[in-house]
Ligand binder design. Structure first.
Ligand code: FAD
Ligand code: NAD
Length: 401
């Protein structure tokens, strides 16, 4: 009998950690594992805001996948998935190649949600992937150069849409990184405007009052202009249009108003609920025994009505269990139900401040920032041991790339 073929789509947090777990769980020769990803690097999505402002070197954020996996146990394929034929168990890749599977994991992550607001898709910048974040960095430099030609103040106005965690992390990074970028490109920093726009009455509206107040104070101290309780209605190449007839002239709208599951999966005949792949308690796609899905592209209900949030924390907890359940399926053993344990959330506001909550304990300030670094380092440690942490950080300061 031929060996079962396990194919993993996406090498983000969910897909990569599942493949690493399979390397440990599978006996020699028990199954073939193929990991397919668009790029040959795994990017740290949780730190993409740094790439956007150039406060981290590329090699700290984008890690070579072949160096992270055991090539004797996992075959890596750099390719873009175009579709999956569930009936015939075939993955179709851009360019026409195909890959057969017996067991499939779909971990294709998220897309940015624009809510159909006019001009966002065409004109706004996204913190979605390493490439899209790098594009923000290049856009900033381009605006600096153009400002030198036309002195148009809108080129030095950077607007962040959405005051959720992604938004405040981006704002903190802009406040940290722009002074240095200005110096390097001979731009007067006092002419820079950083504007935050949030539809809800405050930033991080889902957090305790004290944390909200702390965050608003940090942002204000860093001269970030806060416009809350105001929705963005439209974006053109030259301005952002808000409710109440407010317009902000800008060439740089960084859109961080939420995410949705990767829409590429919608046409594959899978059960799609709220735009995501509905999975059962074992992380299998509903009513399928050999197709699994985890992370941001999947919908896991924690109770009758509510789904788990699209976070790295969820994907990272799902991945090892998903690997176990794939192996159990191959071996004909019983599967284990996924149980999520929320360990807390911490969001950076630049390098020296953060806001978070672990259990009932509120984190802020330098201690919060330190905890955020610990969380990121822990992920690298789990991925590649102490050598990966050293390799990533030794000799690298927060220099622009
Ligand atoms: P992803 O990490 O999005 O990985 C998907 C992978 O699939 C990518 O490698 C992508 O290239 C690949 N892919 C996509 N389409 C294709 C295709 N067609 N073919 C081949 N490959 C494809 N969560 C937290 O818990 N803590 C945090 O601190 C945190 N910080 C964040 C900061 C920012 C700026 C952002 C944007 C998000 C943050 N999140 C955080 C959320 C977290 O990053 C996501 O929930 C997490 O990345 C989801 O992991 P995933 O494996 O499902 O998808
Ligand atoms: P989000 O949905 O959490 O926040 C989006 C914000 O945008 C909301 O506050 C919303 O009110 C606002 N908004 C929506 N439409 C708007 C409009 N038209 N005009 C103005 N404001 C508008 O999205 P996110 O911050 O991108 O986070 C996505 C996911 O990633 C979440 O699950 C989050 O927890 C996770 N994440 C976690 C961390 C962390 O733990 N450090 C960091 C970043 C993201």
């Amino acid at each position: 009998m031929s060996k079962p073929k396990i194919v993993i789509l996406g090498a983000g947090y969910g897909g990569l950690i599942t493949s690493k777990s399979l390397e440990k769980l599978l006996k020699s020769g028990e199954a073939d594992v193929t990991l397919i990803n668009k790029h040959d690097y795994h990017y740290l999505t949780t730190q993409l805001h740094k790439t956007g402002v150039g406060t981290a070197a590329d090699r700290q954020i984008a890690l070579s996948i072949p160096e992270l996996i055991n090539s004797n146990k996992t075959q890596f394929l750099k390719a873009s998935v175009s579709s999956v034929d569930i009936k015939s168990q075939v993955v179709h890749l851009e360019g026409g190649d195909t890959v057969n599977y017996d067991y499939l994991l779909i971990a294709l992550g998220f897309e940015v949600e624009t809510f159909g607001i006019p001009g966002i898709k065409e004109n706004a910048l996204e913190i979605r992937s390493f490439r899209s974040s790098k594009a923000i960095y290049h856009h900033i430099i381009k605006q600096f150069n153009l400002y030198k030609e036309d002195q148009d103040p809108s080129r030095l106005t950077f607007v962040v849409a959405g005051g959720g965690f992604t938004g405040i992390e981006m704002l903190g990074e802009l406040a940290d990184g722009l002074p240095k970028l200005c110096k390097e490109h001979d731009i007067p920093f006092e002419k820079i405007r950083i504007v935050a726009i949030e539809a809800a009455p405050s930033v991080i509206p889902f957090f305790p009052k004290q944390s909200i107040q702390y965050t608003m104070n940090v942002l204000e101290k860093r001269n970030i202009e806060l416009i809350t309780g105001t929705k963005i209605l439209e974006c053109t190449p030259e301005k952002v249009v808000l409710e109440n007839n407010i317009e902000v002239p800008t060439r740089s709208l960084i859109w961080s108003c939420g995410v949705k599951g990767n829409t590429i999966v919608h046409k594959w005949g899978l059960p799609i609920v709220k735009g995501k792949i509905a999975v059962d308690s074992y992380l299998r796609v509903k009513n399928m025994n050999n197709v699994f899905s985890i992370g941001d592209c999947s919908l896991f209900l924690k109770d009758e009505k509510n789904a788990l949030a699209p976070t790295a924390q969820v994907a990272l907890q799902q991945a090892p269990l998903c690997a176990k359940n794939i192996v159990s399926s191959i071996r004909g053993e019983s599967l284990k139900a996924f149980e999520y344990h929320h360990k807390g959330s911490v969001a950076s506001i630049g390098l020296m401040a953060a806001v978070g909550k672990v259990g009932n304990f509120r984190l802020s300030g330098l201690f919060g920032a330190f905890m955020k670094q610990v969380i990121e380092a822990r992920y690298l440690f789990n991925l590649g041991g102490p050598s990966l942490i050293i390799k990533q950080h030794v000799g690298v300061s927060r220099e622009p790339v």
